[in-house]
Design a protein around this ligand. Structure first.
Ligand SMILES: NC(=O)C1=CN([C@@H]2O[C@H](COP(=O)(O)OP(=O)(O)OC[C@H]3O[C@@H](n4cnc5c(N)ncnc54)[C@H](OP(=O)(O)O)[C@@H]3O)[C@@H](O)[C@H]2O)C=CC1
Ligand SMILES: Nc1nc(=O)c2c([nH]1)NC[C@@H]1CN(c3ccc(C(=O)N[C@@H](CCC(=O)O)C(=O)O)cc3)C=[N+]21
Length: 297
Protein backbone atom coordinates (compact mmCIF):
# COMPACT_ATOMS: atom_id res chain seq x y z
CA UNK A 1 0.00 0.00 0.00
CA UNK A 2 1.23 3.46 -0.86
CA UNK A 3 2.23 5.69 2.02
CA UNK A 4 -0.32 8.13 3.38
CA UNK A 5 -0.49 11.67 2.09
CA UNK A 6 1.05 13.98 4.67
CA UNK A 7 -1.37 16.74 5.67
CA UNK A 8 0.78 19.86 6.02
CA UNK A 9 -0.91 21.84 8.79
CA UNK A 10 2.08 24.15 9.07
CA UNK A 11 1.79 25.32 5.46
CA UNK A 12 -2.03 25.53 5.61
CA UNK A 13 -1.79 27.60 8.80
CA UNK A 14 0.76 29.97 7.22
CA UNK A 15 -1.63 30.61 4.29
CA UNK A 16 -4.51 31.15 6.70
CA UNK A 17 -2.49 33.64 8.77
CA UNK A 18 -1.57 35.54 5.60
CA UNK A 19 -5.28 35.86 4.69
CA UNK A 20 -6.11 36.95 8.23
CA UNK A 21 -3.36 39.59 8.07
CA UNK A 22 -4.96 41.01 4.90
CA UNK A 23 -8.38 41.15 6.59
CA UNK A 24 -6.85 42.80 9.66
CA UNK A 25 -5.21 45.47 7.47
CA UNK A 26 -8.56 46.15 5.79
CA UNK A 27 -10.41 46.33 9.11
CA UNK A 28 -7.88 48.86 10.36
CA UNK A 29 -7.94 50.95 7.16
CA UNK A 30 -11.73 50.99 6.68
CA UNK A 31 -13.01 50.97 10.25
CA UNK A 32 -10.07 51.97 12.45
CA UNK A 33 -10.39 48.74 14.46
CA UNK A 34 -7.30 46.74 15.52
CA UNK A 35 -8.27 43.27 16.79
CA UNK A 36 -6.83 42.64 20.27
CA UNK A 37 -6.14 39.31 21.98
CA UNK A 38 -5.33 38.84 25.66
CA UNK A 39 -3.81 35.55 26.82
CA UNK A 40 -3.77 34.77 30.53
CA UNK A 41 -1.35 32.18 31.91
CA UNK A 42 -1.45 31.13 35.56
CA UNK A 43 1.72 29.40 36.77
CA UNK A 44 4.93 28.39 35.08
CA UNK A 45 4.02 25.30 33.02
CA UNK A 46 6.92 25.25 30.50
CA UNK A 47 4.84 23.73 27.67
CA UNK A 48 2.21 26.43 28.07
CA UNK A 49 4.94 29.09 28.03
CA UNK A 50 5.95 28.00 24.50
CA UNK A 51 2.36 28.17 23.21
CA UNK A 52 1.83 31.53 24.86
CA UNK A 53 4.97 32.95 23.27
CA UNK A 54 4.04 31.55 19.81
CA UNK A 55 0.54 33.00 20.13
CA UNK A 56 1.89 36.44 21.06
CA UNK A 57 4.36 36.53 18.16
CA UNK A 58 1.87 35.32 15.55
CA UNK A 59 -0.84 37.69 16.77
CA UNK A 60 1.48 40.66 16.27
CA UNK A 61 2.72 39.34 12.91
CA UNK A 62 -0.93 39.35 11.74
CA UNK A 63 -1.18 43.04 12.66
CA UNK A 64 -3.21 42.48 15.81
CA UNK A 65 -2.69 43.86 19.28
CA UNK A 66 -1.51 41.25 21.77
CA UNK A 67 -1.09 41.25 25.51
CA UNK A 68 -0.01 38.43 27.81
CA UNK A 69 -0.82 38.29 31.51
CA UNK A 70 1.52 35.96 33.37
CA UNK A 71 0.15 35.38 36.87
CA UNK A 72 1.97 33.44 39.60
CA UNK A 73 0.86 29.86 40.34
CA UNK A 74 -0.53 30.92 43.75
CA UNK A 75 -2.91 33.50 42.22
CA UNK A 76 -6.30 33.13 43.91
CA UNK A 77 -9.43 32.38 41.93
CA UNK A 78 -10.85 35.81 42.83
CA UNK A 79 -7.71 37.52 41.53
CA UNK A 80 -7.93 35.59 38.25
CA UNK A 81 -11.65 36.36 37.89
CA UNK A 82 -10.87 40.04 38.46
CA UNK A 83 -8.34 39.96 35.58
CA UNK A 84 -10.96 38.30 33.34
CA UNK A 85 -13.57 40.92 34.32
CA UNK A 86 -11.14 43.72 33.46
CA UNK A 87 -10.38 42.19 30.05
CA UNK A 88 -14.12 41.67 29.41
CA UNK A 89 -14.58 45.42 29.88
CA UNK A 90 -11.45 46.55 27.97
CA UNK A 91 -12.38 48.02 24.54
CA UNK A 92 -8.87 47.27 23.10
CA UNK A 93 -9.45 43.54 23.72
CA UNK A 94 -11.74 41.42 21.51
CA UNK A 95 -10.54 37.96 22.49
CA UNK A 96 -9.67 36.54 25.92
CA UNK A 97 -7.98 33.15 26.33
CA UNK A 98 -7.16 31.70 29.74
CA UNK A 99 -4.64 28.93 29.16
CA UNK A 100 -5.67 25.57 30.66
CA UNK A 101 -5.06 23.71 32.85
CA UNK A 102 -5.20 26.27 35.67
CA UNK A 103 -3.73 25.27 39.06
CA UNK A 104 -5.94 22.87 41.06
CA UNK A 105 -7.16 25.49 43.58
CA UNK A 106 -8.93 27.31 40.72
CA UNK A 107 -12.16 26.00 39.15
CA UNK A 108 -11.92 25.87 35.35
CA UNK A 109 -15.72 25.99 35.14
CA UNK A 110 -15.85 29.21 37.17
CA UNK A 111 -13.23 30.79 34.91
CA UNK A 112 -15.19 29.83 31.78
CA UNK A 113 -18.41 31.17 33.33
CA UNK A 114 -16.70 34.53 33.92
CA UNK A 115 -15.71 34.99 30.26
CA UNK A 116 -17.80 37.25 28.09
CA UNK A 117 -19.24 35.00 25.33
CA UNK A 118 -18.51 37.81 22.84
CA UNK A 119 -14.77 37.57 23.66
CA UNK A 120 -14.67 33.78 24.20
CA UNK A 121 -12.22 32.93 21.39
CA UNK A 122 -11.79 29.41 22.84
CA UNK A 123 -15.52 28.76 22.31
CA UNK A 124 -15.83 27.29 25.79
CA UNK A 125 -18.70 29.26 27.30
CA UNK A 126 -22.10 27.62 27.60
CA UNK A 127 -23.43 30.22 25.15
CA UNK A 128 -20.96 29.35 22.40
CA UNK A 129 -21.08 25.58 23.02
CA UNK A 130 -24.90 25.73 22.88
CA UNK A 131 -24.86 27.85 19.74
CA UNK A 132 -22.52 25.35 18.03
CA UNK A 133 -24.74 22.42 19.08
CA UNK A 134 -27.84 24.29 17.85
CA UNK A 135 -26.35 25.21 14.48
CA UNK A 136 -26.22 28.94 15.22
CA UNK A 137 -23.24 31.23 14.47
CA UNK A 138 -20.75 30.87 17.32
CA UNK A 139 -17.15 31.34 18.35
CA UNK A 140 -15.98 27.72 18.23
CA UNK A 141 -12.93 26.00 19.77
CA UNK A 142 -9.80 26.61 17.70
CA UNK A 143 -8.39 23.09 17.50
CA UNK A 144 -11.51 21.35 16.14
CA UNK A 145 -12.04 24.30 13.79
CA UNK A 146 -8.50 23.77 12.46
CA UNK A 147 -9.06 20.00 12.16
CA UNK A 148 -12.23 20.62 10.10
CA UNK A 149 -10.33 22.90 7.73
CA UNK A 150 -7.68 20.22 7.17
CA UNK A 151 -10.32 17.52 6.68
CA UNK A 152 -12.31 19.55 4.15
CA UNK A 153 -9.12 20.48 2.30
CA UNK A 154 -8.07 16.81 2.17
CA UNK A 155 -11.41 15.10 1.49
CA UNK A 156 -13.76 17.77 0.13
CA UNK A 157 -17.33 16.78 1.02
CA UNK A 158 -17.47 14.84 4.30
CA UNK A 159 -21.12 13.84 3.93
CA UNK A 160 -21.92 10.24 4.96
CA UNK A 161 -18.41 9.44 6.20
CA UNK A 162 -17.93 7.48 9.41
CA UNK A 163 -16.00 9.66 11.84
CA UNK A 164 -14.60 8.45 15.15
CA UNK A 165 -13.45 11.06 17.68
CA UNK A 166 -11.36 9.67 20.54
CA UNK A 167 -11.74 12.00 23.54
CA UNK A 168 -14.74 13.96 24.86
CA UNK A 169 -13.34 17.13 26.41
CA UNK A 170 -15.26 20.41 26.13
CA UNK A 171 -12.25 21.98 24.38
CA UNK A 172 -11.68 19.27 21.80
CA UNK A 173 -13.68 16.03 21.57
CA UNK A 174 -17.23 17.35 22.01
CA UNK A 175 -16.99 20.36 19.68
CA UNK A 176 -15.11 18.22 17.12
CA UNK A 177 -18.02 15.76 17.12
CA UNK A 178 -20.53 18.63 16.70
CA UNK A 179 -18.63 20.02 13.72
CA UNK A 180 -18.37 16.60 12.03
CA UNK A 181 -22.08 16.08 12.62
CA UNK A 182 -22.84 19.49 11.11
CA UNK A 183 -20.83 18.34 8.06
CA UNK A 184 -23.15 15.29 7.79
CA UNK A 185 -20.72 12.64 9.08
CA UNK A 186 -21.93 9.67 11.10
CA UNK A 187 -20.14 10.40 14.35
CA UNK A 188 -18.94 8.14 17.17
CA UNK A 189 -17.37 9.63 20.29
CA UNK A 190 -15.04 7.23 22.12
CA UNK A 191 -13.49 7.80 25.56
CA UNK A 192 -11.74 6.04 28.44
CA UNK A 193 -14.76 3.82 29.17
CA UNK A 194 -15.32 2.75 25.56
CA UNK A 195 -15.22 -1.00 24.97
CA UNK A 196 -13.07 -2.34 22.11
CA UNK A 197 -11.56 0.97 21.04
CA UNK A 198 -9.52 -0.67 18.22
CA UNK A 199 -12.74 -2.19 16.82
CA UNK A 200 -14.54 1.18 16.95
CA UNK A 201 -11.66 2.99 15.26
CA UNK A 202 -11.47 0.34 12.50
CA UNK A 203 -14.95 1.46 11.32
CA UNK A 204 -13.76 5.00 10.68
CA UNK A 205 -13.18 6.81 7.41
CA UNK A 206 -12.03 9.72 9.59
CA UNK A 207 -10.18 9.27 12.91
CA UNK A 208 -9.56 12.23 15.22
CA UNK A 209 -7.37 11.30 18.19
CA UNK A 210 -7.51 13.80 21.09
CA UNK A 211 -6.49 11.88 24.17
CA UNK A 212 -2.99 12.79 25.29
CA UNK A 213 -1.59 9.22 25.29
CA UNK A 214 1.51 8.97 23.16
CA UNK A 215 1.29 6.62 20.14
CA UNK A 216 -1.91 4.96 21.36
CA UNK A 217 -3.50 4.49 17.91
CA UNK A 218 -1.75 1.59 16.16
CA UNK A 219 -1.65 0.56 12.50
CA UNK A 220 -4.02 -2.39 13.00
CA UNK A 221 -6.68 -0.01 14.42
CA UNK A 222 -6.87 1.95 11.18
CA UNK A 223 -8.97 1.08 8.14
CA UNK A 224 -6.76 1.17 5.02
CA UNK A 225 -7.13 4.56 3.33
CA UNK A 226 -8.67 6.34 6.36
CA UNK A 227 -7.84 9.97 7.13
CA UNK A 228 -6.11 10.31 10.51
CA UNK A 229 -5.98 13.60 12.43
CA UNK A 230 -3.61 13.54 15.40
CA UNK A 231 -4.40 16.19 18.02
CA UNK A 232 -2.56 14.71 20.98
CA UNK A 233 0.62 16.27 22.28
CA UNK A 234 2.94 14.58 24.75
CA UNK A 235 6.31 16.14 25.47
CA UNK A 236 9.29 13.79 25.91
CA UNK A 237 12.98 14.46 26.41
CA UNK A 238 14.86 14.74 23.10
CA UNK A 239 16.20 11.45 21.65
CA UNK A 240 19.78 12.67 21.64
CA UNK A 241 21.05 12.25 25.24
CA UNK A 242 23.14 15.43 25.14
CA UNK A 243 20.18 17.45 23.85
CA UNK A 244 17.92 15.84 26.47
CA UNK A 245 20.41 16.72 29.20
CA UNK A 246 20.27 20.31 27.96
CA UNK A 247 16.50 20.23 28.53
CA UNK A 248 15.51 19.85 24.85
CA UNK A 249 12.20 18.08 24.24
CA UNK A 250 10.29 16.45 21.38
CA UNK A 251 6.56 16.23 20.79
CA UNK A 252 4.75 12.92 20.27
CA UNK A 253 1.15 12.56 19.07
CA UNK A 254 -1.59 10.07 19.98
CA UNK A 255 -0.96 8.12 16.77
CA UNK A 256 1.95 5.70 16.19
CA UNK A 257 2.90 7.75 13.13
CA UNK A 258 5.59 5.53 11.57
CA UNK A 259 3.34 2.46 11.37
CA UNK A 260 -0.01 4.21 10.77
CA UNK A 261 1.33 6.17 7.78
CA UNK A 262 1.73 2.79 6.01
CA UNK A 263 -2.02 2.13 6.29
CA UNK A 264 -3.81 5.50 6.35
CA UNK A 265 -4.81 7.45 3.23
CA UNK A 266 -3.79 10.77 4.78
CA UNK A 267 -2.32 11.73 8.16
CA UNK A 268 -1.28 14.81 10.11
CA UNK A 269 2.22 14.82 11.62
CA UNK A 270 3.11 15.96 15.15
CA UNK A 271 4.54 18.58 15.20
CA UNK A 272 3.50 20.48 12.08
CA UNK A 273 -0.08 19.20 11.81
CA UNK A 274 -2.92 20.34 14.03
CA UNK A 275 -0.89 22.53 16.42
CA UNK A 276 -0.14 25.38 14.00
CA UNK A 277 -3.81 25.35 12.90
CA UNK A 278 -4.90 25.95 16.50
CA UNK A 279 -3.01 29.23 16.67
CA UNK A 280 -4.13 30.33 13.18
CA UNK A 281 -7.77 29.64 14.17
CA UNK A 282 -7.28 31.60 17.38
CA UNK A 283 -6.35 34.59 15.21
CA UNK A 284 -9.35 33.90 12.97
CA UNK A 285 -11.66 33.84 16.00
CA UNK A 286 -10.15 37.05 17.36
CA UNK A 287 -10.79 38.75 14.01
CA UNK A 288 -14.38 37.44 13.99
CA UNK A 289 -14.93 38.67 17.55
CA UNK A 290 -13.46 42.09 16.73
CA UNK A 291 -15.81 42.47 13.75
CA UNK A 292 -18.88 41.39 15.72
CA UNK A 293 -18.05 43.58 18.72
CA UNK A 294 -17.56 46.55 16.38
CA UNK A 295 -20.87 45.87 14.61
CA UNK A 296 -19.13 45.20 11.27
CA UNK A 297 -20.17 41.58 10.63
N1 LIG B 1 -2.56 20.28 18.89
C1 LIG B 1 -3.29 21.17 19.56
O1 LIG B 1 -3.45 22.29 19.12
C2 LIG B 1 -3.94 20.78 20.83
C3 LIG B 1 -3.56 19.62 21.40
N2 LIG B 1 -4.19 19.19 22.53
C4 LIG B 1 -3.77 17.90 23.05
O2 LIG B 1 -4.80 16.96 22.76
C5 LIG B 1 -4.90 16.01 23.80
C6 LIG B 1 -6.31 16.03 24.36
O3 LIG B 1 -6.59 17.29 24.90
P1 LIG B 1 -7.89 17.55 25.78
O4 LIG B 1 -9.09 17.12 25.05
O5 LIG B 1 -7.81 18.92 26.29
O6 LIG B 1 -7.59 16.49 26.99
P2 LIG B 1 -8.47 15.94 28.19
O7 LIG B 1 -7.49 15.31 29.10
O8 LIG B 1 -9.40 16.98 28.66
O9 LIG B 1 -9.35 14.78 27.50
C7 LIG B 1 -8.80 13.57 27.13
C8 LIG B 1 -9.90 12.63 26.66
O10 LIG B 1 -9.29 11.39 26.31
C9 LIG B 1 -10.02 10.33 26.89
N3 LIG B 1 -9.16 9.20 27.22
C10 LIG B 1 -8.23 9.11 28.18
N4 LIG B 1 -7.64 7.90 28.17
C11 LIG B 1 -8.23 7.19 27.19
C12 LIG B 1 -8.07 5.88 26.71
N5 LIG B 1 -7.18 5.03 27.23
N6 LIG B 1 -8.84 5.48 25.70
C13 LIG B 1 -9.76 6.31 25.16
N7 LIG B 1 -9.94 7.58 25.57
C14 LIG B 1 -9.19 8.02 26.58
C15 LIG B 1 -10.64 10.89 28.14
O11 LIG B 1 -11.79 10.11 28.46
P3 LIG B 1 -12.70 10.39 29.77
O12 LIG B 1 -13.55 11.57 29.41
O13 LIG B 1 -13.47 9.14 29.89
O14 LIG B 1 -11.76 10.64 30.90
C16 LIG B 1 -10.96 12.32 27.72
O15 LIG B 1 -12.23 12.41 27.17
C17 LIG B 1 -3.80 16.39 24.79
O16 LIG B 1 -2.63 15.67 24.45
C18 LIG B 1 -3.57 17.86 24.53
O17 LIG B 1 -2.27 18.27 24.88
C19 LIG B 1 -5.23 19.90 23.08
C20 LIG B 1 -5.64 21.07 22.53
C21 LIG B 1 -4.98 21.63 21.38
N1 LIG C 1 -7.67 27.56 26.96
C1 LIG C 1 -6.88 26.79 26.22
N2 LIG C 1 -7.05 26.75 24.87
C2 LIG C 1 -6.22 25.97 24.10
O1 LIG C 1 -6.39 25.91 22.86
C3 LIG C 1 -5.18 25.23 24.74
C4 LIG C 1 -5.07 25.31 26.12
N3 LIG C 1 -5.93 26.10 26.84
N4 LIG C 1 -4.14 24.59 26.77
C5 LIG C 1 -3.16 23.75 26.07
C6 LIG C 1 -3.69 23.29 24.73
C7 LIG C 1 -2.60 22.86 23.77
N5 LIG C 1 -2.64 23.83 22.68
C8 LIG C 1 -1.72 23.91 21.64
C9 LIG C 1 -1.60 25.01 20.83
C10 LIG C 1 -0.62 25.09 19.85
C11 LIG C 1 0.25 24.06 19.66
C12 LIG C 1 1.32 24.17 18.62
O2 LIG C 1 1.57 25.23 18.08
N6 LIG C 1 2.02 23.07 18.29
C13 LIG C 1 3.09 23.04 17.29
C14 LIG C 1 4.49 22.98 17.88
C15 LIG C 1 4.74 23.67 19.19
C16 LIG C 1 6.09 23.34 19.80
O3 LIG C 1 7.04 22.99 19.06
O4 LIG C 1 6.19 23.41 21.03
C17 LIG C 1 2.92 21.80 16.42
O5 LIG C 1 2.22 20.86 16.85
O6 LIG C 1 3.50 21.79 15.35
C18 LIG C 1 0.12 22.93 20.43
C19 LIG C 1 -0.85 22.85 21.41
C20 LIG C 1 -3.64 24.71 22.92
N7 LIG C 1 -4.31 24.44 24.03
Amino acid sequence: MAQAKLIDGKAFAADLRAKIAEDVAELKAKHGVTPGLAVVLVGEDPASQVYVRNKGEQTEAAGMYSETHRLPADTSQDELLAVVAKLNADPKIHGVLVQFPVPPHISQMDVVAALSPDKDVDGLTVTNAGRLASGLPALTPCTPLGCMMLLKDTLGDLSGKNAVVIGRSNLMGKPMAQMLLAADCTVTIAHSRSKDLPGIVRQADIVVAAVGRAEMVKADWVKPGATVIDVGITRYPARDPAAAAAGKTRLVGDVAFDEVKEVAGAITPVPGGVGPMTIACLLANTLTAAKRLSGIA
